[in-house]
Design a protein around this ligand. Structure first.
Ligand code: PMP
Length: 368
């Protein structure tokens, strides 16, 4: 039974399962009877090694990660990976170029950062707004590119892929920061996947990188050593002090995911939760408007405007105030988009989503 009254729809850092918080609380001062906290533990101790290995093994099990992939636990967030990806992979081929599919702020930032290190080709015509995935038939992929990059779920805009881009054999790289472990993924289709933990799998501080072994060892000579995947792989993510506590929390969340039916169950729940919200939007006769193309509406982040297509800001403020009175927080849209955004990551329950859907219905009745 949930003890908290507040429902957190934040986009990240986001809600964690209550059982995870309770376990972390219980173990905080004296972890596993060893007399100290994980916060105080040497990252080279056998106790921390167990935590690191357990976390990695859970991840391997949940995603069925093939043996020829390395799993790294790094610092610097998704943003550090915007640099690490080109530093490590753009030199895979002589031309030092890479293809980017840009569907929102996060892939746009990644492409801009990569431009510092090589030739970046945006594969599709420029978009006026981030509300759809450009039709793959309009993509001009470069067969000599070192990799093709995309963001699987654009957290700000609520644009999510429900297909794996066909790169015609070129190495595929994906930022899965905001839909990681929210559904099954065939890792073998990717050269590299990265994800910050603070949305679906833990708290801020650790970013998971899953990388195919044969892609290691091609980094540019300027690559900072902490971002060099080969170095981090060879040292089991212990080249320097890793984010120990964040890795421990991730382990607890992965255990929770496993005990709750793994990725298939997460997918079913995430479908159910997001449908509760999209159904209200679709039946509202334009009172609520989600600008995203139906084919790529995100199950993780549902952005919408209230009152009219471009949003009635006074009404949106009223909506947020009313939500807050009911204990529903962090529903304000990203500053670049305005409006409302409900993030429905793994730890958000069907009851949480239902509470929002009920509120939306009532607000509609009152203000339409
Ligand atoms: N990629 C995506 C899809 C994100 O949502 C975010 C952060 N919200 C980032 C990258 C950047 O992550 P960080 O702030 O941890 O650097």
């Amino acid at each position: 039974m949930e003890q908290k009254q507040t429902i957190n729809f934040g986009a990240g850092p986001a809600k964690l399962p209550q059982s995870v918080l309770l376990q972390a609380q219980k173990e905080l001062i004296n972890y596993s009877g060893i007399g100290i906290s994980v916060l105080e533990m040497s990252h080279r101790s056998s106790d921390f090694n167990k935590i690191l290995n357990t976390t990695e093994n859970l991840l391997r099990e949940l995603l069925n990660i093939p043996a020829n992939y390395k799993v790294l636990f790094l610092q610097g967030g998704g943003s550090a990976q915007f640099s690490a990806v080109p530093f490590n992979l753009i030199g895979l081929k002589e031309d030092k170029c890479a293809d980017y599919i840009v569907t929102g702020i996060w892939s746009s930032k990644a492409a801009k950062e990569a431009e510092k290190y090589g030739k970046i080709n945006i594969v599709h015509p420029k978009q006026d707004s981030y509300t759809k995935i450009p039709d793959p038939s309009s993509w001009t992929l470069n067969p000599t590119a070192s990799y093709v990059y995309y963001c699987c779920n654009e957290t700000v805009h609520g644009v999510e892929y429900n297909f794996v881009p066909d790169t015609k054999g070129v190495v595929l790289v994906s930022d899965m920061s905001s839909n990681f472990l929210s559904r099954p993924v065939d890792v073998s289709k990717y050269g590299l996947i990265f994800a910050g933990a603070q949305k679906n799998v833990g708290c801020a501080g650790v970013t998971v990188v899953i990388v195919r072994e044969d892609l290691l060892g091609h980094s540019l000579k300027e690559c900072p050593i902490v971002l060099d995947y080969k170095v981090q792989a060879e040292t089991n993510s212990l080249y320097n002090t890793p984010p120990c506590f964040s890795i421990y929390i991730m382990g607890l969340v992965l255990e929770w995911i496993k005990n709750n039916g793994a990725t298939a169950a997460m997918e079913a729940l995430n479908k159910q939760k997001s449908s509760l919200i999209y159904d209200i939007i679709n039946a509202s006769n334009g009172f609520y408007v989600c600008p995203v193309d139906m084919a790529c509406q995100s199950r993780m982040n549902v952005p919408f405007r209230v009152g009219k297509k471009d949003g009635d800001e006074a009404l949106e403020k009223k909506f947020l105030d009313g939500a807050s009175k009911r204990g529903m927080i962090s529903l304000k849209g990203h500053r670049s988009c305005g409006g409302i955004r409900a993030s429905l990551y793994n730890a958000v329950t069907v009851d949480d989503a239902r509470a929002l859907a009920i509120y939306m219905k009532e607000f509609l009745k009152e203000h339409q």
